[in-house]
Design a protein around this ligand. Structure first.
Ligand code: UGA
Length: 434
């Protein structure tokens, strides 16, 4: 059992705090947002993340998970302090470290005995050094700064935390290594190691992993686009490629590009880190450019089909950047909506979880319906931007009866090509023949 303080109750902080409480530790989560802390104290989970609520409730009841706005009292008895603070992109794509370094300074003023201070936020190479310097400027008390990046996928965060493929621990402080080993022991299984390295390598591991995955998707998106030109089927190519164990089947699904709060931000930050070090990350540059075009790939297909879309009405299924989340940050659907309404088209949207967030952002620029089929009434085509399970086996007769003409543009390839050919609809997807 360890006493842990987690600073920042965003997505990463909440999952981290809850999962460490679940493995028997005493966790206190700190946030400057008083209203949020009150809601958390009352057992309200502010984010949509499967399974989090059950663990959250259980650990609050057991008093292993607590919340406060008072940093000083939270860290007093905590041997371990996690920094799970936002690192939003600045104007130039670089990660804004002001929250992280601000708290580091505060910690420097507050600590009175050895602490292990752990960076969970995704931060550029060299941040551990900056955090160390910020704390050292305030105190002579010994401490260690550890880089321990998270690899949590939204929608699977609890499972990813409880069953990690690997845990990266970046530190050269021997005492901190022992503390971290004990802390993560419950999560380590055969073949899923705890990997120790220096702070800089740990920081870069996170960016490199996200950028590699973004590159893998983007590569497949380019292959898909080429499949359309030469008459190949990307499903077959994907299966053939993925069967090579060096490549693997995962993250090879083409679509309308990657989005979310992580990939676009982290890939841009790595690019910027490269530039800052006079290093031209040309592959990353290409990934960003290709993804920008891919996000509006359906638009090209729609324009090819309809020509002018002024006054046309489109039913849009899917707003969140991927299924099982209400997160709409950098969602390809938003870029598509923008292009459609700028050309005078009307959009009627449905999403199982993301509609409230889009309403806040776009207001009445588009219309919203509470049932996916209601979006189809009098629409000229159905557009699919997110592969929610509920869209995968629809009532095609109802779709055909409601649309003006049976036309579907699918940005996530959710239907099997041979099945859909029997449904009597015009169907256009990514990397497959129409
Ligand atoms: C991603 C990483 O997968 C996590 O390991 C990492 O911890 C996290 O970012 C982060 O940095 O915090 P996440 O953004 O939740 O997690 O989403 P993913 O499931 O990885 O999907 C990212 C994007 O890639 C989505 O837009 C998704 O639609 C797209 N994608 C994914 C594809 O287009 N094709 C695929 O085959 C897979």
């Amino acid at each position: 059992m360890k006493n842990i303080a987690v600073i920042g109750t965003g997505y990463v902080g909440l999952v981290t705090g809850t999962c460490f409480a679940e493995t028997g530790n005493n966790v206190i989560c700190v946030d400057i947002d008083k209203e949020k802390v009150e809601r958390l104290k009352n057992g309200e989970v502010p984010i949509y993340e499967p399974h989090l609520d059950v663990l959250f409730e259980r650990n609050i009841k057991q008093k292993r998970l607590q919340f406060t706005t008072d940093l000083a009292s939270a860290i007093k008895d905590a041997e371990i302090i996690f920094l799970a603070l936002p690192t939003p992109p600045g104007e130039d794509g670089s990660a804004d470290l002001s929250y992280v370094l601000g708290v580091a300074k505060d910690l420097g003023k507050l600590i009175t005995e050895y602490k292990v201070i752990i960076d969970k936020s995704t931060v550029p190479v060299g941040t551990a050094d900056k955090v160390t310097a910020a704390i050292k400027a305030e105190t002579d008390v010994p401490f260690a700064v550890v880089s321990n990046p998270e690899f949590l996928r939204e929608g699977y965060a609890v499972d990813d935390f409880m069953n990690p493929d690997r845990v990266i621990i970046g530190t050269e402080d021997e005492k901190a290594k022992i503390v971290m080993k004990e802390l993560y022991q419950p999560f380590i299984r055969d073949g899923h190691p705890l990997i120790f390295m220096d702070e800089k390598s740990a920081e870069l591991t996170k960016y490199a992993a996200n950028a590699f995955l973004a590159t893998k998707i983007t590569f497949m998106n380019e292959v898909a686009n080429f499949c359309e030109i030469v008459g190949a089927d990307v499903d077959k190519v994907r299966e053939g490629m993925g069967s090579d164990t060096r490549i693997g089947h995962r993250f090879l699904y083409p679509g309308i590009g990657f989005g979310g709060s992580c990939f676009p931000k982290d890939v841009s930050a790595l690019m910027k880190s490269g530039l800052d070090n006079n290093f031209d990350f040309s592959i990353i540059d290409a990934v960003l450019n290709v993804n920008k075009k891919q996000r509006i790939k359906l638009l090209d297909k729609i324009l090819d089909y309809f020509g002018d879309i002024k006054g046309k009405k489109f039913a849009l299924w899917g707003l969140s950047f991927k299924p099982d989340t209400d997160d709409i940050r950098e969602a390809p659907a938003l870029y598509l909506i923008d292009e459609l309404i700028n050309r005078g088209a009307e959009v009627v949207a449905f999403d199982p979880e993301g509609m409230d967030n889009v309403k806040k952002l776009l207001g009445d620029k588009i219309s919203y319906v509470e049932n996916q089929y209601d979006a189809l009434d009098g629409a000229d085509a159905l557009l699919i931007a997110t592969e929610w399970s509920v869209f995968k086996n629809p009532d095609f007769n109802l779709i055909k009866s409601k649309l003006n003409s049976p036309v579907i543009f699918d940005g996530r390839n959710i239907f099997n090509l041979s099945d859909i050919q029997e449904k009597g609809v015009y169907y256009s997807s990514i990397g497959r023949q129409t």
